[in-house]
Every structure is written in structure tokens, then in C-alpha cells.
Design a protein around this ligand. Structure first.
Ligand code: ZN
Length: 87
């Protein structure tokens, strides 16, 4: 399995983690991965900051296209396509 696919799995879980909805064991594994993976760490920090702003001000969203840019940088466009296809 290529590294980007493994990252994609963790990126899916970052929002769950930040919502406190990720199982304890997976939290530990995610934290471990973030410590080792600068790419995911950037996404994690960006997502966390966005959620914090959202909670504080109620209506702050990620800049248009920012999420797509992030995913493209991480070579995770396949994931984006999967998501849009599933919804
Ligand atoms: Zn990663």
C-alpha cells in the first residue's frame, strides 16, 4: 500500500479525532502517525484551527478550494473523487 493511501486513512479520521469521536486506540495511533508524518501534521493543524475558529465565531469556513489544494498537494485526489462520488 503506497504511503499516500495510508495517510488518506488517517486524514479521514482527523475530524473524528477533533470531534472526540475516535476510539481511544485509534487516537493513540493517529497521534503516533502525526508525530511521524509532516504532511498529515499540517492537515491536522489546519483542520484544528478551522474548527476552533468555527466554534469561536460560528461561521468561519475553510477558504474556497483550500481543502482541494491540500489534498492535491498530498496526492490524495483519488480520495476527493471517492468522496464526491459517495455523496
Ligand atoms: Zn501521513
Amino acid at each position: 500500500m503506497p504511503p499516500s493511501k495510508r495517510c488518506a486513512e488517517w486524514l479521514d479520521r482527523i475530524s473524528l479525532y477533533l470531534d472526540g469521536e475516535l476510539a481511544e486506540q485509534l487516537c493513540r495511533e493517529l497521534e503516533q502517525h502525526l508525530a511521524e508524518c509532516p504532511d498529515c501534521h499540517v492537515v491536522f493543524n489546519t483542520t484544528r484551527r478551522t474548527i476552533e475558529l468555527y466554534r469561536r465565531y460560528g461561521r468561519v469556513s475553510m477558504p474556497e478550494g483550500a481543502r482541494e489544494r491540500l489534498f492535491r498537494v498530498l496526492n490524495l485526489e483519488d480520495l476527493l473523487r471517492d468522496e464526491s462520488g459517495a455523496k
